[in-house]
Write a protein that binds this ligand. Structure first.
Ligand SMILES: *Cc1c(COP(=O)(O)O)cnc(C)c1O
Length: 394
């Protein structure tokens, strides 16, 4: 056996710099409260925005699909893994997003890894937002396209880079998160869509945190800014507001057709399970018929932010329910989260470098539609108590 002591060295170095993430094990379903270590904890860090991960109708739809189609798709999509339910979901998503067609993947990360290299290759260029999600960065690497990074929320910088570098490649792709998951701010997509048009570049938006949150009935960022027909590719995930798992891209029908021939997760990894596809289909139906969950999500998030800011906590410039409380120092943030966990029965994970820049460590709170008014109040009260004790607020 080869000596593996380097593994231990790496783990120790993570621990020494306060960057070793403890992995909590949940003993219950997702919800406002979860059971961890045998204790009931107020859950403030899941992406289950609308509570659909444990919604009775969604669960029933998944169970029925399992009865009809079994638990596994049995093959990759291109051989024998495309079930009726996959196509039904793709048609539903396309309509929901006001696009021609869509393609379902096994995850949002895979949607980015699979799609970006089909859109651009080594003779092309990508203009990528500085704070884009890791899966976009990896998809960009896989594409071999030349990458230029533009500054966060800075359309003037995007234009400058397009002006300087657009002619270095054949095709060009401007790519951005819709909602930035660590800060909660919203990309200026209207302005981005205007600029990319002038430079003949395609636009790709990752709406993982916009679906179920922004736009009419949670249609996402493109609907939020009324940009239907102005953005070439909308990518999304089923693992956040939609409550299940999987991912998709929506766009022009020819483009989706090409993805079915080329996207590697479509060709070389087995299809999304039928139960997950059915769950997502039901989640979208619920969102379409009734926006009360979305309204409740925003109401809770407004109350949470107000309570924190009024008591001296510093938030990012968030414009969405994502509520990052910036502590700054990495170790202090980990300590704050630990105190919430141990003394207040609040589950809220610390987010530290390299997920966010050094010195901007934070506790990211994720309110949801299934939190009660009392739950939100409990979270605020616990922050005040812990903040005073650890001298984060006066
Ligand atoms: C969560 C997330 C993904 C990955 O989605 P999964 O379905 O969980 O793989 C991709 N992009 C962004 C911006 C995300 O927040």
């Amino acid at each position: 056996m080869v000596n593996l002591s380097w593994v231990n060295d790496e783990i120790e170095s993570l621990k020494a710099s306060g960057r070793y993430i403890p992995i909590r094990v949940l003993q219950s379903s997702q919800g406002a409260w979860v059971k961890i270590d045998g204790k009931n904890m107020l859950n403030m860090c899941s992406n289950n925005y609308l509570g659909l991960a444990n919604h009775p109708e969604v669960k029933k739809a998944a169970i029925e699909a399992i009865e009809n189609f079994g638990v596994g798709a049995g093959a990759v999509r291109s051989i024998a893994g495309t079930d009726e339910i996959h196509r039904k979901l793709e048609e539903k998503l396309a309509k929901f997003k006001h696009m021609d067609d869509s393609l379902v993947y096994q995850g949002g990360l895979l949607a980015n890894l699979g799609t970006i290299p089909v859109l651009v290759g080594k003779e092309d260029t990508i203009f990528s937002e500085e704070l884009n999600h890791a899966s976009i960065i990896d998809g960009t690497r896989l594409s071999s396209a030349k990458r230029y990074v533009f500054k966060h929320m800075d359309v003037a910088d995007l234009e400058k880079q397009l002006k300087e570098h657009r002619n270095e490649g054949k095709r060009a792709l401007v790519i951005t998160d819709g909602v930035f998951s660590m800060d909660g701010d919203i990309a200026p997509l209207k302005e981005i869509a205007e600029v990319k048009e002038r430079y003949d570049a395609m636009c790709y938006v990752d709406d993982a945190h916009g679906e179920g949150v922004l736009g009419k009935n949670g249609r996402g960022i493109v609907d939020h800014f009324s940009l239907a027909g102005k953005v070439e590719i909308e990518m999304g995930t089923f693992s956040k507001a939609l409550g299940s798992m999987g991912g998709f891209v929506a766009g022009d029908s020819n483009l989706i057709d090409l993805l079915r021939q080329r996207a590697r997760p479509f060709l070389f990894s087995s299809a999304l399970n039928p139960g997950d596809a059915a769950a997502v289909l039901k989640s979208i139906e619920i969102m379409e018929r009734d926006d009360s969950l979305i309204k409740k999500l925003w109401k809770n998030s407004d109350a949470l932010k107000k309570g924190l800011v009024e008591n001296g906590f510093k938030l990012t410039t968030t414009k969405t329910p994502i509520t990052p409380v910036v502590i700054g120092n990495e170790k202090a943030t980990v300590e704050f989260s630990k105190a919430l966990y141990e003394n207040e029965n609040i589950f809220a994970s610390p987010i530290v470098y390299p997920t966010v820049a050094m010195g901007t460590a934070r506790i990211r709170l994720m309110p949801s539609a299934v939190h009660s008014e009392d739950d939100i109040k409990k979270a605020v009260d616990a922050f005040i108590k812990t903040g005073k004790k650890l001298k984060i607020i006066g």
